[in-house]
Write a protein that binds this ligand. Structure first.
Ligand code: UDP
Length: 254
């Protein structure tokens, strides 16, 4: 079969033209970057695990009525998604202080926040995705006020649901980043969850030991990065059938 036309290559994923109009194929790479791409590396098997983890979380979210771009998994590294117009805003939710919040505001890592905090970042690599206020987003037309209301409502539901889901498998959802897109159907437009939800864009700590089970292991050279991603998948009950021996997965596209 002919190779699909590549539309976009990002830091951790590649998007290909889908098999039918309005669809795309999302391919998960093993590449990892941190600190605005200053640090680069490979986490063997990450793409296979993130494909599974994101599939699982998006399906569970779909079941509670959160619309997502996910259609179905195609193979070890690829999933079919609906083509959406990505809103250039990264929505971060925090339940426990960590990362840039701790650094900027001097709140020690691990401090439980009095309530969940939502932050926005303008999705722009050249500008290193600066933090912005809702005012900037609406003034510059990146999203309208209705879009923002929809995104916040969805984000809070996602946070509540995922917090419970992870707690059930002994993991604290410290913070995470989501992206949304506009899905056009006939004359309608809906805001749907897009991109991925995986240990690449969540902070996940073991509830008992607070051990990090996410990309911070790569960012901070803590070692056992693959093992941490695998452990998240194992606890969610979704390790690939082939088990840990075959995490590289097929390199060829369908
Ligand atoms: N995050 C992300 N992509 C980014 C920046 C942050 O997925 O470009 C996620 C990150 O994994 C964490 C949350 O958003 O779960 C909050 O990240 P933070 O602002 O603390 O930045 P960091 O410390 O990752 O630079």
């Amino acid at each position: 079969m002919a190779r699909r036309r590549q539309l976009y290559e990002g830091k951790a994923k590649i998007l290909f033209e889908g098999p039918e109009p309005g669809t795309l194929v999302q391919y998960f790479k093993d590449d990892a970057t941190a600190f605005n791409s200053q640090k680069k590396g490979t986490i063997t098997g990450k793409g296979v695990l993130n494909n599974r983890i994101s599939e699982y979380l998006m399906l569970r979210l779909g079941e509670i009525g959160v619309p997502t771009h996910f259609v179905r998994r195609l193979n070890m590294r690829e999933q079919l998604i609906r083509e959406v117009e990505i809103i250039p805003v990264e929505v971060v939710v925090r339940n426990v202080a960590a990362g840039s919040l701790s650094k900027r505001l001097g709140i020690p890592e691990g401090t439980r926040l009095p309530r969940s905090i939502i932050e926005y970042y303008y999705k722009n690599d050249a500008l290193q995705s600066p933090m912005v206020a809702e005012e900037h987003i609406t003034a510059f037309g990146w999203a309208g006020t209705q879009d923002m209301d929809d995104m916040v409502a969805l984000t809070l539901r996602i946070n509540d649901f995922l917090t419970g889901l992870f707690l059930g498998v002994g993991i604290t959802l410290v913070d995470f980043k989501v992206e949304f897109g506009r899905l056009y159907e006939n004359d309608d437009m809906r805001i749907v969850l897009a991109d991925e939800i995986s240990p690449d864009n969540c902070r996940l700590w073991d509830s008992k030991t607070n051990e990090k089970m996410d990309k911070d292991r790569f960012r901070r050279d803590l070692g056992k990065v693959e093992e941490a991603y695998q452990e998240v998948a194992r606890r969610l009950g979704i390790l690939p059938e082939a088990g840990v021996r075959d995490l590289k997965g097929p390199e060829t596209l369908q």
